[in-house]
Ligand binder design. Structure first.
Ligand code: ATP
Ligand code: MG
Length: 158
């Protein structure tokens, strides 16, 4: 299904903004240009839901969650960033492994199975993109993913 990514992303962000119970501020920097992506919307919703849920789960009271979209060549780059506890440097890449959960005691108290990001990675790769994380312990975490995009909706004549 072809969708305009900014609109699609923003509607997911809004659903979280209206339903979240935490005192966390949402800040978005989305481009005004139309960015058409061909995606499985159910699966991509699941991917983004998991990343935002994680950001909220690990955000301190009063923290910000930032949402960004940029383009580079034929890819869009999506960024979701929080001011949370972060992930130890040596484990940043392991968060995409099945059942991996940093700091077991803490994670257990937060609930979850450790599958969310492993599934997200599978789905992003199936869509022709990549996903990775940058994190600093005590400062926060940023999840990035890319997806191929078209400036113009497929099948449209100029
Ligand atoms: P599930 O998503 O299956 O409910 P989960 O959230 O624990 O469980 P993942 O979403 O796969 O599993 O995340 C794996 C682990 O990566 C988490 O348990 C947590 O330790 C770490 N992690 C993920 N996102 C963040 C984040 N934004 N800040 C800090 N740690 C994170
Ligand atoms: Mg999760």
């Amino acid at each position: 299904e072809w969708v305009e990514f900014n609109q699609f992303f923003n509607s997911i962000i809004e659903r979280f903004e209206f339903s979240k119970s935490q005192n966390v501020h949402f800040k978005r920097l989305l481009p005004s240009a139309d960015l058409f992506v061909e995606i499985d919307t159910d699966k991509m919703t699941q991917v983004i839901d998991n990343i935002i849920s994680n950001a909220l789960k690990y955000s301190p009271d009063g923290g910000d969650v930032r949402f960004g979209v940029t383009t580079s060549g034929t890819y869009i780059k999506v960024m979701i960033s929080d001011d949370g506890m972060g992930i130890p440097q040596s484990n940043v890449n392991r968060i995409f492994d099945r059942f991996y959960r940093a700091d077991r005691a803490r994670s257990r108290a937060m609930g979850g199975t450790g599958l969310g990001l492993a599934i997200a990675k599978e789905m992003i790769i199936a869509h022709g993109g990549e996903i990775w994380a940058e994190s600093e312990e005590g400062k926060g975490t940023t999840i990035f993913f890319t997806l191929p995009f078209e400036q113009q909706e497929e099948g449209e004549w100029d």
